[in-house]
Design a protein around this ligand. Structure first.
Ligand SMILES: Nc1ncnc2c1ncn2[C@@H]1O[C@H](COP(=O)(O)OP(=O)(O)OP(=O)(O)O)[C@@H](O)[C@H]1O
Ligand SMILES: [Mg+2]
Length: 284
């Protein structure tokens, strides 16, 4: 059966990983939560999109959020850097804590929040500027006065793009391939030295080779950053994430967190029948 096939593929993917470097990150790094939501509820006008979500994002780890379309994954990930502020009708209750502070609290500057918690989107969205200017943009508007070139080079190296673009930094970013553009967007996010990187389906517009490159990159970046990734690709969650959060829609369509734990457990021994149904393709 197809489902059994997928289940087997996932288990094998785990075997391969856990025998080496599960989730790809090392175990000697601190694990405390860098960011978390507490009883987070979100509405768009009258429609409740999230209900009572409490989720902890550990440092130096990759956390995946999975679940069927419309269950609120993007809504949740956007709460972590106040990206939803820009949406008309958005309202929330509960807390989103970053480094011990409620980022929706009084006196918190959302621009500063977004500087410390960067974001990479589903579709690569480079500015219609040169490769160099894309990466230099963030530090520049943040008033950085040091050697911009060093920041640009470091970010491009971190994003595993430097070797491919170092001789063409003045070329338009729009001449790059989709996979290169996505790595450029990751470099752009890294250039402002965030502490958390949010990625909403960062590979959905990429081919398998470019996808694997981004996944390798995520594992590399998790040595320094906390990463939260939304993905529809079960194998991707299995391959890269240390922990996985499973969301589902309740009867009134509000998104709920139904299971959260180490990725291996969620995929091979889920606590919830609905998780098993979802990851084996019987639901959603
Ligand atoms: N700007 C908005 N205004 C009103 N409703 C919205 C808005 N954005 C999302 N929603 C609603 O909130 C719910 C959750 O949407 P969200 O985009 O977070 O889901 P998702 O899990 O990311 O879905 P997908 O997997 O398709 O990307 C959906 O019912 C959606 O219609
Ligand atoms: Mg989404």
């Amino acid at each position: 059966m197809v489902q059994e096939g997928l289940q087997r593929a996932l288990s094998q993917s785990f075997m391969a990983q856990t025998s080496g470097q599960a989730g790809g990150t090392t175990d000697d790094l601190p694990r405390g939560p860098v960011a978390e939501t507490r009883d987070l509820n979100v509405w768009y006008d009258d429609f409740q999109a999230l209900r009572d979500i409490s989720l902890q994002v550990p440092g130096h780890r990759i956390t995946a959020i999975i679940g069927p379309s419309g269950c609120g994954k993007s809504t949740l990930i956007r709460c972590f850097n106040r990206m939803n502020d820009l949406i008309a009708g958005f309202r929330s209750t509960g807390d989103v804590i970053f480094q011990g502070q409620d980022i929706y609290g009084k006196g918190i500057d959302p621009v500063e929040v977004r500087r410390r918690i960067g974001m990479v989107f589903q579709k690569p969205n480079p500015f219609p500027k040169s490769i160099y200017e894309n990466v230099a943009f963030g530090p520049r508007i943040n008033g950085y006065v040091g050697h911009l070139h060093e920041i640009v080079e470091r970010a491009l190296r971190q994003a595993a793009l430097w070797d491919e673009v170092k001789d063409n930094l003045r070329k338009s970013a729009l001449t790059l391939s989709g996979g290169q553009q996505q790595r450029l967007c990751i470099a752009r996010a890294l250039a402002i030295e965030p502490e958390v990187i949010l990625m909403d389906e960062p590979c959905s517009a990429l081919d398998p080779a470019a996808t694997l490159k981004i996944e390798d990159l995520m594992r590399e970046l998790a040595r320094e950053y906390a990463i939260v990734i939304v993905t529809h690709n079960m194998q991707q969650a299995a391959r890269v994430a240390d922990s996985t959060a499973v969301m589902m829609m309740a009867e009134d369509r509000a998104g709920e967190l139904i299971e959260y734990g180490p990725t291996k457990e969620v995929f091979t021994n889920p606590k919830e029948q609905r998780t098993e149904d979802y990851i084996t393709g019987r639901f959603g």
